[in-house]
Write a protein that binds this ligand. Structure first.
Ligand code: XIL
Length: 365
C-alpha cells in the first residue's frame, strides 16, 4: 500500500500547485481522529483491554492509528485488580497496557479509582471509617505509586450521584459513602492529588446530557458536589461526562449548555468520556446504514455543543468498533450500531461526524 507521504509526493509531482486543494482534502480525509482533535488542542482516544493490544490484529492497529489516548476498559477497576479485599492485587494486565502505551508514546486516562461496581469480594459489606484507612488508602497508594506518571487523567470517583438512593445531595449510597459520609469524595481527591500531583483529577458520571426531567436531579447532584469540592479547595480539575448516548432520550441544546456553563464557571475542565450510542429502540425496518447515521446524528447533537467549550480537553469512546462494544450484550441489541467503526472495521458515519466536529471546533488554548 502507498504511504501517505509517497502518495502526497506523487500528487504534487503530477499536478504541481494546482493539486494543493486536492491534497488538503486528501489529508483531511486521512487524518486520524487523534490528529483531527490535536489540531484543536484536544485529545481523542478509546477504551481498550489488554487482549485488544495483545492480539496485534486489524482492530489493535485501528485503535493505535486513531487514538492518542488509551483507557483501560476494566483492568484498573478494583475488582479486576483483586478478587477479594484481602487478596493481593495483580497488576499484570494493567502493566501490559501501560508498557505498550509507554513504548508508543500514548497518553492514558485512568479509569477508575473508586466505583461501586466491579468491586473485590468483601468491599460491599464495609461500613466503618476505619475501613477507609485499612483498605481504600492502600488501594490508592499502590495504584498511584506504581503508575506515578503514566496516567495524565484519573477518574477518581466514578458515578457518585444517584437521586434514587434518597441520600442528601443526591449522593449515591456506596460502601465509600457509608465509610466516611459524603466527604469521602473530597478525601479521595486529596489522596489522589498527594500521590499523583501531576495528573488531572476528574469526577465522572452518566445520564447527564439529556433533557428528560429525571436527568435534572442527576445534573443538580453533580453541580452541588462539584461546587462543594471547589469551594473547599479540594484538588478536583474536571468533570467527565460519560457519553453513553441513547436514542430513546431527548436532547436540548440549552439544557446541556446551561450545565456545561455551570461546570466551566467553576473553573473546571470537561471531557467526554465513554462515548457510544445505545440503540435502545427496536430498530424495526431501519437499514444498518440508517442506524449508523442515527448514531452519528446523536453524537453530533451532543458534541456540537460540548466542543464549543474551550474547557473540553478531549473525547474518548468506549471501544472503537461495534464488534468490541460492551453494548453488544444480552440486555442490549446484539447488533448495536454505536461506534466510529463497524464490525468489519470500516469507518461509520460517526467517524466522519467526529472528524468534522473536531475540525469545526474552536482551538483550545
Ligand atoms: C463497563 C465495561 O465496558 C465492561 O467491560 C465491564 O465489565 C463493566 O464496566 N460506565 C462506566 C464503565 O463507568 O466503567 C463501564 O464499563 C460502563 C458504564
Amino acid at each position: 500500500m502507498l504511504s501517505r507521504r509517497a502518495l502526497l509526493a506523487g500528487l504534487v509531482g503530477l499536478a504541481g500547485v494546482a493539486a494543493l486543494p486536492m491534497i488538503g482534502m486528501f489529508l483531511a480525509a486521512n487524518r486520524s481522529l487523534a490528529e483531527a482533535a490535536a489540531g484543536r488542542g484536544r485529545f481523542f482516544g478509546s477504551a481498550l483491554t489488554s487482549s485488544d493490544l495483545a492480539a496485534d490484529d486489524a482492530y489493535s492497529r485501528v485503535l493505535l492509528d486513531q487514538c492518542d489516548v488509551l483507557v483501560p476498559e476494566w483492568q484498573l477497576k478494583w475488582g479486576a485488580l483483586a478478587k477479594s479485599i484481602e487478596a493481593p492485587a495483580d497488576f499484570a494486565q494493567v502493566d501490559a497496557i501501560v508498557q505498550t502505551a509507554r513504548s508508543l508514546g500514548k497518553k492514558m486516562r485512568g479509569h477508575t479509582l473508586l466505583w461501586h461496581e466491579h468491586m473485590p469480594q468483601g468491599l460491599a459489606d464495609l461500613t466503618q471509617g476505619a475501613d477507609w484507612d485499612r483498605y481504600v488508602v492502600p488501594h490508592f497508594n499502590q495504584l498511584l505509586d506504581r503508575y506515578a506518571d503514566d496516567f495524565f487523567h484519573w477518574d477518581v470517583v466514578n458515578e457518585a450521584i444517584e437521586p434514587r438512593d434518597g441520600q442528601p445531595g443526591f449522593m449515591r449510597d456506596t460502601p465509600f459513602y457509608r465509610m466516611l459520609g459524603p466527604d469521602y469524595v473530597a478525601e479521595a481527591f486529596r489522596l489522589a492529588h498527594n500521590l499523583a500531583p501531576n495528573a488531572k483529577l476528574y469526577l465522572n458520571d452518566y445520564n447527564i446530557c439529556y433533557a428528560d426531567s429525571w436527568q435534572n436531579d442527576r445534573r443538580a447532584g453533580v453541580l452541588r458536589l462539584l461546587e462543594k469540592l471547589v469551594t473547599a479547595g479540594v484538588p478536583v480539575h474536571g468533570f467527565g461526562i460519560q457519553g453513553h448516548l441513547d436514542t430513546r432520550f431527548s436532547f436540548n441544546d440549552r439544557v446541556f449548555a446551561d450545565f456545561l456553563d455551570a461546570v466551566t464557571d467553576m473553573g473546571l475542565e470537561l471531557a467526554i468520556t465513554e462515548l457510544d450510542v445505545r440503540e435502545a429502540d427496536d430498530p424495526g425496518g431501519l437499514t444498518i446504514a440508517a442506524r449508523q447515521q442515527r448514531a452519528a446524528d446523536e453524537v453530533s447533537k451532543v458534541l456540537s455543543i460540548a466542543l464549543d467549550y474551550k474547557a473540553l480537553s478531549g473525547v474518548t469512546t468506549w471501544g472503537l468498533a461495534d464488534k468490541r462494544s460492551w453494548l453488544r450484550s444480552a440486555r442490549d441489541l446484539p447488533d448495536n450500531q454505536g461506534l466510529p467503526y463497524d464490525d468489519l472495521l470500516s469507518a461509520t458515519p460517526m467517524r466522519a461526524a467526529l472528524a468534522d466536529l473536531f475540525s469545526r471546533s474552536p482551538t483550545r488554548g
